[in-house]
Design a protein around this ligand. Structure first.
Ligand code: PRP
Ligand code: URA
Length: 255
């Protein structure tokens, strides 16, 4: 099957454990408890890959037998969970790097315009870390990710990476065009956005599925402003370079 040509800053994991766990995560029958566990496990595996290029410096240590020169990770690292859904990725990243700082950014998508709206940001005046890893399970239109990178660069972060579970081609194109220097680590790139700006096949609403909040407006199929939202998605799809369009829709499996 043909696959999309992603920009060079995009790393799509090919690890079989990630593919297996991601399928369980997508399944509509997966409960919030299992969903949270899978988000944590997937983040651990993706985070391991996303930090594979961290520089280290020589560090003198003494084993019980003799002195030696060990390694110490060089850059100061910050994890930036985007509220709400990024919260479920924090613990796994802290297991990998307990010394990292965690700075929360609150953004939600306006359901009509699909533009990000900032509601929480307590970053101090100057950057306290050199490398920021943005944690957000979904990279859909890319609006939230691009806005978070804007915030972090204005803060003074020297390097930024995006760690997401599922991306849409539209979101990758938007983030890569705005910030080509930002590496994007994902478990999968799905086919496209639907007319409501949801990734398909996707997994639905990552925040609602983690926290069991299925009664909110974002979880209701077919809200009354779908025409305006669909026009935003059509514009993103028109701007998408042909090479970055993803594979055609698969036919439904034989019953
Ligand atoms: C989701 C997700 C991202 C954003 C992605 O958050 O966690 O932050 O949408 O969409 P985008 O790429 O089109 O900007 P949502 O707005 O649903 O907020 P929530 O996590 O509080 O539910
Ligand atoms: N946010 C989600 O949680 N899911 C999507 O598919 C798109 C945005």
């Amino acid at each position: 099957m043909a696959s999309a040509q992603h920009p060079p800053n995009v790393r799509v994991s090919s690890h079989p454990l990630i593919a297996h766990k991601l399928s369980l995560l997508r399944d509509r029958t997966t409960t919030p408890k299992l969903f949270r566990e899978l988000v944590r496990e997937l983040t651990w595996l993706l985070g391991y890959e996303a930090m594979a290029d961290l520089s280290t410096q020589p560090h003198p240590i003494e084993t019980p037998l003799e002195p030696m020169t060990g390694h110490q990770v060089e850059p100061k690292v910050g994890f930036i969970p985007v509220l709400r859904a990024g919260l479920g990725m924090v613990d796994a990243m802290l297991e990998l790097m307990p010394s990292a700082e965690v700075w929360h950014i609150g953004l939600y998508r306006d359901e009509r315009t699909l533009k990000p709206v900032e509601y929480y940001n307590k970053l101090p005046d100057a950057a306290t870390v050199q490398l920021c890893l943005i944690l957000d399970p979904m990279l859909a239109t890319g609006g939230s990710a691009a806005a978070t990178v804007d915030i972090l660069k204005a803060w003074g972060a020297a390097r930024v990476k995006q760690v997401s579970l599922i991306a849409a081609p539209e979101g990758i194109a938007t983030l890569s065009a705005a910030h080509p220097d930002v590496d994007i680590h994902v478990a999968a790139v799905d086919r496209e956005l639907n007319e409501r700006g949801y990734i398909v096949p996707g997994l639905g609403d990552a925040g609602d599925r983690q926290f069991g909040t299925f009664a909110g407006p974002s979880s209701e199929p077919g809200h009354d402003r779908v025409d305006e939202t669909a026009e935003v998605v059509r514009r993103l799809q028109r701007d998408l370079p042909a090479a970055q369009r993803n594979v055609p829709k698969e036919p439904p499996p034989d019953r």
